[in-house]
Design a protein around this ligand. Structure first.
Ligand code: ROI
Length: 166
């Protein structure tokens, strides 16, 4: 299945966190990394009345996988855990956040998973990187990505030059 995964980090060298996660996708025999967006710097989206957070680095990856959506979620949670993610407060700062945006053209709603990701249409740090690598896709329930991206603001978001680390 072709899947799109969002990556985000705002702690402990975010660029390295994202690069390490991308390497982890590739070293799983059931996942192949097909395409990666540029890395983007974005102002933290926070709940009101919570302390300010560092900017995030965000990106979107396109992968092919033979894992089911549930298995892929488990794998992403393992990668997050191995990179020191602690599940603390909702919407808190994080070393690594991996979300399944799309799993083929399937719409999935289980206890653990909502696909397409329920918040993606509101988030410029998801829509713009996704559009960069998947300009012509249709998002089940939401329509053409192109028209979502045309309507989406760029507030607090910009593409960065990614230094090659390692
Ligand atoms: N804000 C930005 N800019 N990028 C994220 O990836 C991100 N992830 C989160 C919350 C805390 C909602 N804010 C974010 O989980």
């Amino acid at each position: 299945m072709i899947c799109y995964i969002s990556l985000g980090s705002n702690l402990d060298y975010p660029i390295v966190q994202l690069q390490t996660a991308l390497d982890a996708f590739n070293s799983d025999s059931k996942i192949i990394l097909l395409h990666t967006s540029a890395f983007y710097q974005s102002k933290a989206l926070t709940l009101s009345n919570t302390p300010p957070q560092n900017d995030y680095i965000n990106a979107v990856a396109k992968v092919g996988t033979t894992l089911s959506a549930e298995q892929l979620l488990k794998k992403l949670n393992e990668i997050e855990a191995s990179q020191g993610r602690e599940r603390n407060e909702k919407w808190g700062a994080r070393t690594l956040d991996l979300d399944i945006l799309l799993y083929g053209q399937l719409q999935i709603q289980t206890e653990n998973l909502v696909i397409p990701h329920s918040q993606m249409k509101y988030r410029n740090f998801v829509i713009h990187p996704l559009f960069e690598i998947a300009g012509d896709i249709n998002i089940p329930g939401l329509g053409e990505l192109k028209s979502l991206s045309e309507k989406m603001n760029w507030d607090g978001l910009h593409k960065i030059e990614t230094p090659l680390i390692r």
